[in-house]
Design a protein around this ligand. Structure first.
Ligand code: ADP
Ligand code: MG
Length: 889
């Protein structure tokens, strides 16, 4: 309720021109002009201590925020809908609007109302939009999640797409940390990268947004903003980048309003383990299927003590590496802290006290910082120096750690000194509150403050004197924003002050129900003196702030590198903490196709069980190529419901992810030939949100695997074929296994309740049967969770149903039906053995070579004239001509 504005100041009433239609007031004219320049944003329009929204904006915001919608004045004879939020709570409301997908333009008063008055009575305070707040451009801690990056991603068709229409160029930045990366991907890769980055906001050209092939996908994503296509013009953007980085290094220009971006790093295709959206959610990497962080792999392995470390860990988990040498470098760093427990403890204690340097820096460089950000830089520099010194004592350091220590050393301690000397002990949130510069730092400031405080003492003395002169004990000198300083007495004494002789000193200002208020010449003069001293003090403080922020900006690249180094150290120490705590081992990673896990455990289930006191049963897995064979194995895992099949499948996928992100793994021993793509699918997953049938989803996802997985992939298929009739499902599962074995030739784990499939092992040399053991004991099943070679003898479905509490009558009846069905099956078996062997390895015949004319037509239809620069269009024309010429030969 506090957001409704109580007083309605003038300015919004229609100025009536005497007769005829009312016209817009000057304030309204200003509003309309600014709103027209920001049509796609809600406009936060600064009016004194409030941001106000008008017209449709007010209606949208009032509904979204649950605040009161009122009226303010009239426009063209109609009431103007209005709502407002107090500036001290603006962040909170902004947060909610941004989370709901709105964009907000913040329009500030650019001058003091007094200045406007000097230009004449009718002048309007100058206002303009100082910032457009969108989900991808946030820097405020209150609007951001400390543990996650917040990316702004731009997507364009790749330049080479004249020839190949399905290549996309991606560029993403996190302006709150300065990270800047670029990549080129195909259509599937595009979706996988978006799933990995989870950008806060995506910008695309309006041409791409309107592309029929892409539109449904783009529209299914949150916070996609289409922009005019010339924003994406290659030549212009290249020039903009060159200018940006050129100026950033010379520091000759107003760098203050630019985020401290690093030069873009190119992410090569194949450098990271490709994991698509379905696999990520299915394996619950960053959050569980129900959307929470708790219960995810990330939450289970995160032992970082800083926000930056937590962000880096999430990044690495989302994008494990494929190059064994790069993985080993990370492992060396983890091993260092596993071996040296004291170094780990020391480092973690120091890190825990270090601030979030990267985000404080970004705010200061962007001109959005406050005094506490300066303090964060100071504390960060001090912490960095301490950590570097501590590490250097340890002698020989692994490469990643040595490199981090060097980055920490590059920070200039003089900057911390300068900041330390200037900043007070207690710091306000906002610089405009003042009081953040230490007493004794600046003589002029001390003088202005003394004057301000002295005047306050003079006021107290004046109050005592006035009480004496008037003989009113209860006389008070008070202050408010409307009257400034005033003398206040109760109503019964008011008369006396208004009568001679006192009325020569006391000038009446206001009569309220219980009080009467006066001013005096002396009080007026004092007030001016106090105000000017306070103003001068604040001006000096703000000047000091800008000077310190400029010093920080000048050191931005060193500070950013140090911030990154702290995150690298935090992650290394955190992963070693995890390894020691949970008995993880260093896996061997190489370029082979091996996959040997001894005594593997599920990192999340294990932790959940141990906290209940139950032991987790460790299991082996070997998907390496069998002796004298070139490709890896497929495990066909059978066993009753609840035996532990899904857990076993997933733990092996999670171990591969942990291993390739550079972590140790929950196993006794592990050797993994680097995996290039990871797929995980579960049968009959519901996807009601996108309105597809569960079986359809299952098949779409299985198709993606069979079309994409190559020899180096790891595929996890859990109960595929469950979503349809038994024979359909069995047939699809059957054919899928054959395809994986003969065509994809990848390492795979396939869990199934179709026992018939175990017969395949006799015919497919790299298919192995495994089963999760159960014991029958006095008519009950006991789950042993132990994976052993062989096939399950039966499904124990009825026993599991009994465990679940199905009524005894139903259980008994089911047993009778089962016995009859089994007897029939024995009498005439289904005879899968007679199926002819799989023949998909021979691809269908290729169509005859296309004629030149067809080639030209195909190339033409792949062109996107709207997205091409004139020069690209000309190049495409030459290419077409060359193609046509081929036909003449
Ligand atoms: P299935 O897929 O065979 O139906 P799940 O993998 O879902 O079985 O496992 C069922 C439950 O058994 C899990 O929730 C887990 O608590 C427990 N479980 C599975 N594997 C193990 C194991 N190796 N050690 C201990 N408990 C396990
Ligand atoms: Mg299961």
């Amino acid at each position: 309720m506090d957001a409704a504005r109580p007083i309605i100041p003038s300015g919004f009433e229609s100025a009536s021109s005497g007769e005829g239609a009312p016209r817009a007031t000057p304030v309204m004219e200003q509003y309309i002009e600014i709103k027209a320049a920001n049509p796609d944003c809600l406009l936060f329009y600064r009016m004194g201590d409030f941001y106000e929204l008008f017209f449709e904006d007010a209606e949208v915001a009032a509904r979204a925020l649950g605040i009161v919608l009122t009226k303010r004045g009239k426009h063209l004879g109609r009431d103007i809908p209005m709502c407002g939020v107090p500036i001290h709570r603006a962040d909170e409301y902004l947060n909610r609007l941004i989370a709901l997908g709105h964009r907000v333009a913040v329009c500030e008063q650019l001058e003091d109302p007094a200045e406007a008055k000097k230009r004449g009575g009718k002048s309007v305070v100058r206002r303009d939009v100082i910032r457009v707040v969108t989900p991808g451009t946030l820097t405020e801690d209150t609007l951001l999640n400390a543990k996650r990056n917040n990316y702004l991603l731009a997507i364009a068709r790749a330049r080479a797409s004249v020839a190949d229409e399905s290549r996309f160029a991606l560029a993403w930045i996190d302006i709150s940390t300065g990270e800047f990366r670029i990549a080129e991907r195909d259509r599937a890769g595009l979706a996988a990268e978006i799933a990995r980055l989870e950008p806060g906001e995506i910008i695309v050209s309006d041409a791409l947004y309107g592309d029929p092939a892409l539109a449904p996908y783009l529209r299914s994503l949150p916070a996609v903003t289409p922009l005019p296509r010339d924003v994406f013009d290659a030549a212009t953007t290249e020039r903009r980048l060159a200018v940006y980085f050129g100026l950033a290094t010379t520091e000759s220009f107003g760098t203050l309003s630019r985020p401290p971006l690093s030069p873009p790093v190119r992410e090569a295709q194949g450098a990271t383990l490709a994991i698509d959206q379905a696999t990520r959610s299915n394996l619950e990497l960053a959050r569980t299927l129900s959307g929470e962080r708790h219960g995810s792999l990330l939450a289970a392995v995160d032992r970082t003590v800083t926000a930056a470390g937590s962000r880096l860990l999430a990044q690495r988990l989302a994008a494990p590496l494929t190059d064994p040498a790069a993985i080993e470098r990370r492992q060396d760093a983890v091993e260092f802290f596993v071996t040296d427990a004291q170094a780990r403890a020391e480092l973690r204690a120091r890190l825990a006290a270090a601030p979030d340097l990267a985000r404080a820096l970004a705010r200061l460089v962007l001109g959005r910082g406050g005094p506490r950000d300066l303090a964060a830089i100071r504390d960060g520099i001090i912490a960095a120096a301490g950590i570097a010194a501590e590490l250097e004592k340890r002698g020989e350091l692994p490469a990643d750690i040595a490199q981090s220590a060097r980055a920490l050393r590059r920070l200039d301690p003089a900057l911390a000194h300068e900041l330390g000397a200037a900043l007070a002990e207690e710091l306000p949130h906002l610089k405009r509150e003042g009081g953040f510069v230490r007493a004794g730092f600046d003589a002029a400031l001390d003088e202005a403050r003394a004057l301000r405080d002295e005047s306050r003492r003079v006021i107290a003395a004046l109050q005592a004197r006035y009480a004496d002169v008037t003989s009113v004990r209860a006389l008070k000198i008070r202050h408010n924003n409307v009257l400034g300083y005033f003398v206040e007495v109760t109503a019964q004494h008011g008369e006396r002050l208004m009568a001679p002789p006192l009325n020569t000193t006391f000038i009446h200002r206001q009569t309220l129900a219980g009080q009467v208020r006066f001013t005096t010449t002396e009080l007026g003069e004092l007030e001016a003196k106090i105000a000017s001293a306070a103003e001068r003090a604040l001006a000096i403080e703000l000047e000091t702030f800008e000077r310190l922020a400029a010093a920080v900006t000048a050191a931005a690249s060193a500070i950013k590198e140090a911030a990154e180094a702290l995150a690298v150290l935090d992650v290394a120490a955190a992963l070693s903490q995890l390894a020691v705590e949970r008995h993880y081992v260093r896996p061997l990673i190489d370029a082979s196709l091996d996959f040997i896990i001894e005594g593997g455990r599920h990192p999340v289930v294990e932790q959940a069980l141990t906290s209940d006191g139950a032991p987790f049963v460790a299991n082996d897995c070997d998907l390496s190529p069998p002796p004298s064979m070139a490709s890896g194995r497929i495990y066909l895992v059978t066993g009753p419901n609840m035996a532990g099949k899904s857990t076993y499948l997933r733990q092996n996928a999670l171990i591969a992810i942990l291993a390739q992100m550079g972590s140790f793994v929950p196993a006794r021993r592990a050797k993994i030939g680097a995996v290039d793509r990871l797929f995980s699918r579960v049968g009959a997953a519901d996807d009601i949100a996108r309105g597809r049938s569960t079986f359809m989803v299952e098949m779409v996802e299985t198709a993606a695997i069979l079309n994409q997985a190559s020899e180096r992939a790891l595929v996890i298929l859990d109960e595929i074929g469950r979503g349809t009739a038994t024979f359909d499902g069995l047939s699809i599962a059957w054919a899928t296994i054959e395809h994986l074995h003969e065509t994809n030739r990848c390492r795979a784990l396939f869990a199934t309740h179709f026992h018939e499939l175990t017969a395949l092992a006799a015919r497919l040399p790299r298919l192995f049967n495994a089963t999760v053991r159960v014991k029958e004991w006095e008519g009950e099943v006991v789950f042993l969770h132990e994976v052993v070679p062989g096939a399950a003898d039966r499904s124990y479905g009825i026993q599991v149903a009994k465990l679940a509490g199905l009524p005894p009558a139903v259980i008994e009846r089911a047993k009778v039906v089962l016995a009859k069905l089994e007897a029939e099956e024995r009498a005439s078996p289904r005879g899968f053995d007679e199926l002819p062997l799989f023949a998909a390895a021979t691809p269908p015949p290729r169509p005859p070579r296309a004629s030149a004319a067809e080639g030209v037509i195909a190339a033409l239809s792949a062109l996107h004239p709207d997205e091409m620069s004139p020069r690209e269009a000309l190049e495409a024309l030459y290419a077409l001509k060359a193609k046509a010429a081929e036909g003449d030969r």
